[in-house]
Design a binder for this molecule. Sequence first.
Ligand code: TMO
Length: 314
Amino acid sequence: MKNKIIKAGLLAAGLSLSFLTGQAQAADSSKPIVIPTHNWSSQVVMAYVIGGIFESMGNNVEYVPADSQAVYEAIRNGDVTISHEVWQSSFGKSFYNAMAKGGVIDAGTHEAATLEEMGVPQWVIDQNLCPGLPNWEALKNCSDVFATADSGGKGRWLEGPQSWHGNLMPDRIKALGIDDQYVVKFAGGADAIWADLAAAKKEGRGVITFNWTPNFTDADGFAFIEFPPYYDGCRIVDGGDGACGSPKGWLKKAANYKFPKTHPAAYTAYSKLSFSTRNIGQMAALVDVDKMSHEDAAKKWLADNESVWMPFTK
Ligand code: TMO
């Protein structure tokens, strides 16, 4: 009994001492924080931006190229530490599937709202190449405007790589009843979309592509097509009929569940970290407009924006 009281007293004294001296803070592990890189510019630049922030705090980082769907399982089992651009429309399902199995945590939401959708450059609207756009029903009357050499006489939708969201768009044209008039072609990579948008502008040719915001194209103006509104469950993969557009969505940050314990300082910064539409558009533009390498773009962004990211580390 006496012994117990003494122990309790010592424990209380020890706790208050470490509280006063700040010794209760655990140091981050020297093991590298593993950051994935995917196949669109802002994500890769942001990987190096976040890696640079962690390094500025004394942490070690490692970058691994990863599939943008499979990465959530890799985070769950600890091969990858974070995913810093979880786009609701493309990756929300994989993110929550992995979370439900245990091992993935939601580390907060960026300030930027997102949209991942088919659309046309603003000049296509301004020149009235397909009257009634951006309402999707206008598409029924102008498939010829969007026909290309490889589209078999139908209008072409140039979708991103199929790894981003599978058969979402082929399902959608069927569900909307316009598959007699339109065909979906998958781009090999994001650069193929930018190249086709540039070529179409030069030729004055109508063009429909997948695109997203935040992106470098926000600056030029890109009109997203307005489809029937999204609601939870409307997609075929979620049990619906697929006749809906994409959500006006969120952009989240994911982490392995042990990250707060192994790297408490880095995790605290990561949980505070939030980028705006403008921040993310800049990261993409440094590569896709200014043609910098991803690493150099990140270095420049960090140097130009200390007032944005330094507070995350405090
Ligand atoms: C996941 N993405 C931003 C390419 O739509």
